[in-house]
Design a protein around this ligand. Structure first.
Ligand SMILES: *Cc1c(COP(=O)(O)O)cnc(C)c1O
Length: 378
């Protein structure tokens, strides 16, 4: 029996139940399931929160990424650079649109895309870069913006795991929400994400009026005037019920991030006692909203053994991600082979994520850290 799961969405719901139930009931009682007023309200709320001109709600985070790439008028064979250490959705949309994913390695400290590797990967066919802000902190978006500017490339930020995190530009000292630096930012409202719906949901955001218009049309069957289709689009909407729930949860997002940060601080302090664990490092230019608490185990620690030990004590753990993109069956490519991305491959074999969510207590953290330490120190 799992006593301490990776996330506790039931515990979180119980605290906001009256508000959420009322908002959901209103949608049901008015039968405004599609494009109801809550969608617009949530859109505007998120625009204000992110300080971005346009939010385009859609069906899920993968759709947001796909819509973003569709809006850029890329041609088959155009190259899109992204990280080898991410959830598959990032590369999937590139491949689906018959674009060529070009993978690069990550940095060992932050697990985020290595800007120098991005620069080396640029060719005459490169059209866009998709940096992923993995596990809750920003990639070095300043360095990536510089590369994009130099080579005239688009940037689509995948901020599915890091909504709410702030990036501070090391040059200007300006702080902005991540996802608002590139041409388009994309996020997911998958239930376990930091801003989670009670089903699927996603959004793209941009400060560019023309791109915003195009994203909206593409998400709506390529249709601006009803039944007149100007381009080939898709059907991707955020349900009104989900928007109503998200609108409430957005009000708690910063508080939720704080709970996650407190849990991460507890873990970091507890694991400072051992050299068998490398705790996650937050880069100087970003805040960390800890979508995941992901540590790197020493070579001498048997990861599967530790997971089994924890599981026997009712403690969940997970490996994000066990297989790098270039070693996935569907993405096998003669350009890549084992050993090409040593940092990613090392992380895939050594990372372990522990429960982190908005309902963690000191007792839980104590039990989890004690169990981990017992195992790695023996
Ligand atoms: C969750 C996630 C997505 C996809 O989001 P969905 O809403 O599940 O489609 C994309 N990229 C990253 C990095 C993610 O973690």
């Amino acid at each position: 029996m799992i006593k301490y799961p990776m996330v506790d969405l039931v515990g979180q719901y119980k605290k906001i139940k009256p508000e959420v139930d009322a908002a959901m009931m209103e949608v049901i009682e008015t039968a405004s399931f599609i494009k109801g007023s809550a969608v617009k309200q949530f859109q505007e709320h998120l625009e204000t929160y992110l300080n971005v001109k346009h939010v385009i709600p859609c069906g899920n985070g993968t759709d947001a990424l796909q819509l973003a790439l569709m809006s850029l008028d890329l041609q088959p064979g155009d190259e899109v650079i992204t990280t080898s250490f991410t959830f598959i959705a990032t590369a999937e949309v590139i491949a689906l649109l018959k674009l060529t994913p070009v993978l690069v390695d990550v940095l060992p400290e932050t697990y985020n895309i290595d800007p120098e590797a991005v620069e080396r990967a640029v060719t005459s066919k490169t059209k866009a870069i998709i940096p992923v802000h993995l596990f809750g902190q920003s990639a070095n978006i300043h360095a990536i913006l510089n590369i994009a500017e130099k080579h005239n490339l688009y940037i689509v930020e995948d901020t599915a795991q890091a909504i709410g995190a702030d990036f501070t530009c090391p040059e200007s000292g300006n702080t902005k929400k991540i996802g608002t630096f590139g041409h388009i930012g994309c996020t997911s409202f998958f239930p376990s994400k930091n801003l989670g719906a009670y089903g699927d949901g996603g959004a793209a955001f941009t400060n560019d009026d023309a791109l915003a218009e195009k994203l909206r049309v593409l998400a709506n069957h390529g249709m601006k005037v009803r039944y007149y289709h100007d381009m080939v689009g898709i059907n991707s909407r955020l349900d009104t019920i989900q928007a109503a729930i998200l609108n409430i949860k957005l009000g708690y997002l910063d508080e939720y991030a704080k709970s996650r940060q407190e849990a991460a601080t507890y873990y970091n302090k507890a694991f400072a006692a051992t050299n068998k664990i490398k705790t996650p490092v937050t880069a100087s230019f970003t805040t960390h909203v800890f979508h995941q608490y992901t540590m790197v185990l020493a070579d001498t620690v048997d990861r599967a053994g530790l997971q089994k030990y924890l599981s026997e004590k009712g403690i969940a753990s997970a490996v994000y991600y066990p297989v790098p993109l270039h070693l996935q069956k569907a993405y096998r490519d003669p350009r890549y082979s084992k050993g090409d991305f040593p940092v990613t491959e090392h992380l895939s074999n050594h990372v372990l994520s522990l429960p982190i969510h908005t309902e963690m207590t000191v007792e839980m953290l104590k039990e989890i850290t004690n169990a981990v330490l017992e195992y790695v120190e023996n």
